[in-house]
Write a new protein. Structure first.
Length: 296
């Protein structure tokens, strides 16, 4: 699946001459009507957090996925690492890929099929929701069509499961290292452990071991709810959670927070799945996300 997606993507290292991240861009099909969609992955991840979703969403819109600075194939984030710096890199990159004044003004780096009005949508997962919220607050009010938060981290009274995770860094040998990654997938990411095959463990290992962001040291790290609160009504929102999300607050609390940020925000809890809801329930998630993005 990864190889097939890679073969169709345009890989971009510095859109508009702005370094700091590696982007992948899947052109919209002919006649597409949806706004371009920027996808931001979670902690210890890369663009492959969306591996089960890109194809479905690319049927109706252009899809842009990024390895956040300090993750995946992207270069390190400059010190001191801040969410503000990530948001700046994202904003400059999107200005080149989806020009604010629309495609008639020309997109840097040969980008095509931008939005006619310069607007784009965002979907962000877990840690990525903090960067997405900071970006949404930095962009002009009409630049973001809708931001959908998926299993947002640091949201309300969400819980920590650090004591249930195993350290792959202290593992004694490669087999123990992979065993730790397998344990962590089951503890944090997925409700159904039967989905955790060797290929998924290898992908998780590659993502986690390439992740160089020091999240807990970021002094400006806020939850998406805290970041977006000053701009209530600025960005249309949506939220998707798995029923058994290991870090989520109770759904009543999540719904209340979303309603305070955007009274019209659609909110969905998908049953029987965990934190990595867009992988574990890909079909249900893809349909729900498409409906949220297309809603007026």
């Amino acid at each position: 699946m990864r190889d097939a997606l890679e073969a169709r993507a345009r890989r971009i290292e510095a859109p508009g001459g702005v370094p700091g991240a590696v982007w992948r861009d899947w052109a919209a099909p002919e006649g597409a009507t949806g706004r371009p969609l920027l996808m931001l992955h979670g902690g210890s991840g890369s663009w492959t957090h969306w591996i089960a979703n890109i194809d479905a969403l690319n049927q109706t819109r252009r899809v842009i996925a990024i390895d956040l600075p300090g993750a995946g194939e992207s270069p390190d984030l400059a010190q001191p690492q801040t969410v503000a710096e990530i948001a700046w890199i994202l904003r400059k990159g999107m200005a080149a890929l989806v020009p604010p004044d629309g495609p008639e003004h020309g997109a840097a780096d040969g980008a095509a099929d931008g939005a006619a009005d310069g607007a784009y949508d965002m979907v962000a997962f877990s840690f990525g929701t903090s960067s997405a919220a900071a970006l949404a607050m930095a962009e002009p009010a009409d630049r973001i069509g809708r931001l959908v938060l998926v299993g947002p981290a640091r949201f309300g009274s969400g819980t920590s499961i650090r004591d249930r995770l195993e350290s792959w860094r202290r593992a004694d040998g490669p087999d123990a290292r992979l065993a730790a990654h397998r344990t962590n997938l089951a503890a944090l990411m997925l409700r159904d452990a039967a989905l955790i095959d060797d290929g998924l463990v290898e992908m998780q290992a590659a993502n986690a071991e390439a992740f160089r962001l020091r999240i807990r040291a970021m002094e400006d790290l806020l939850g998406a709810d805290e970041t977006l609160a000053p701009g209530r009504g600025r960005t249309r929102l949506g939220g998707i959670w798995g029923e058994h999300d290991a870090i989520a607050a109770p759904m009543d609390e999540n719904r209340a927070i979303m309603a305070a940020l955007d009274p019209c925000a659609p909110v969905l809890m998908i049953p029987d799945v965990g934190h990595w809801v867009m992988f574990e329930a890909a079909g249900r998630f893809n349909r729900a996300l498409a409906e949220m993005l297309d809603a007026d």
